[in-house]
Design a protein around this ligand. Structure first.
Ligand code: ADP
Ligand code: TRP
Length: 321
């Protein structure tokens, strides 16, 4: 029996932190064994935000190295970038012609931008259609995304149905969103959700010094460190790395000794991050190989997309020879 097709995309926008890792990236690595997996770099989506050629290049390369360093395996998963397959933008146009403005105006991302009184580009407005093309092009069954992207996967489902109905042809499969909520929200050094926008992160490929600095800055409970009080912000990060059983004796024996507990967390974070950081450094020293893998993935994905577009062009009636 063939495996189900799993597909997800990530915008290349910035250095990942351990919240991104436990909340999303690690789950991709785990899932690649159970599905026929495809992971791509959504560079044309990122073009709505990054409009500087040099920066775009660097961000794409960085994301590719991040993925290989955490263990996405090109032998198990197809890894590529969106812009290597121009069929994505071609299909977006076709979807545009069967999609109404009011329907796109209901998208959360659009409504949020509008509420903030931002001048919205046509690309941002149309974002859900490019995402529908990304997903439907490859007959994806399952699309793992964070809660905030769930609506976009529903747009893809609706668009598949609308196309199949309009052209009386079952060209597209209906995908399902798989909401990634396996782990609780990872707290940042200030106890709020770890997020790039709050400046409270522990970078995934942090150096030993960065780890020390970040952990030492973790806010412990204010007031006197009375006996028995658990430093929640330290503990909640620690339990991503060790089981609660393993941590119990450490935290029981060192009640109130925040410095000792932080030092233990620093040690465990260093051991956890080091192998991935070293792998990433090794990749950074051999970008030719990294780009070769990306290019190969693009060729394989393009072959699939070309096949699908033949069906699409046939269905809409533009394929005359
Ligand atoms: P950021 O908030 O740092 O900008 P993104 O919004 O780019 O992060 O999130 C990328 C992915 O990482 C999403 O799937 C999101 O759910 C996950 N993620 C981000 N921050 C956390 C966190 N603190 N805990 C768990 N998952 C997270
Ligand atoms: N919109 C997604 C995000 O911002 C990225 C993305 C683009 C995507 N195309 C996709 C995710 C297709 C899943 C499937 O995170």
């Amino acid at each position: 029996m063939s495996k189900k097709i799993l597909l997800s995309g990530v915008k290349p926008t910035g250095r990942p932190h351990i919240g991104n890792y436990f909340g999303a990236m690690k789950q991709f690595v785990d899932m690649q064994n159970d599905y026929d997996s495809m992971f791509f770099i959504a560079d044309y989506h990122a073009l709505n935000f990054i409009q500087d050629g040099g920066e775009m290049k660097q961000q794409i390369l960085d994301l590719m190295m991040d993925y290989l360093a955490i263990g996405l395996d090109p032998k198990k998963s197809l890894i590529y970038k969106q812009s290597d397959i121009p069929e994505h933008t071609e299909l977006t146009w076709i979807f545009d012609t069967i999609t109404t403005m009011p329907y796109l105006q209901r998208a959360h991302a659009y409504k949020d931008a509008e509420a903030k009184d931002k001048e919205i580009s046509v690309g941002t407005f149309n974002y859900p259609m490019l995402m529908a093309a990304d997903i439907l092009m490859y007959d994806a069954d399952v699309v793992p995304v964070g809660q905030d992207q769930k609506q976009h996967v529903e747009y893809a489902r609706d668009t598949a149905q609308k196309f199949n109905f309009t052209f009386k042809n079952e060209v597209f499969k209906l995908p399902d969103a798989k909401i990634m909520e396996g782990v609780a929200v990872v707290p940042g050094t200030d106890g709020q959700k770890m997020s790039k926008s709050y400046g409270n992160t522990i970078p995934l490929f942090a150096s030993d010094e960065e780890i020390e600095k970040a952990v030492m800055s973790i806010v412990t409970d204010s007031g006197s460190p009375e006996e028995g009080k658990l430093p929640q912000n330290v503990y909640n990060i620690h339990k991503l790395l060790k089981s609660e059983d393993e941590l119990k004796s450490l935290y029981d024996e060192n009640k109130g000794k925040y410095k000792v507990l932080k030092e233990a967390l620093i040690e465990d974070l260093k051991n956890f991050i080091r192998p991935m950081r070293e792998k990433r450094e090794q990749l950074a020293g051999d970008t030719e190989t990294v780009l070769e893998i990306l290019k190969e993935g693009g060729k394989r994905a393009k072959a699939k997309a070309e096949k699908k577009m033949e069906q699409v062009r046939e269905a809409i009636g533009v394929k005359l020879y």
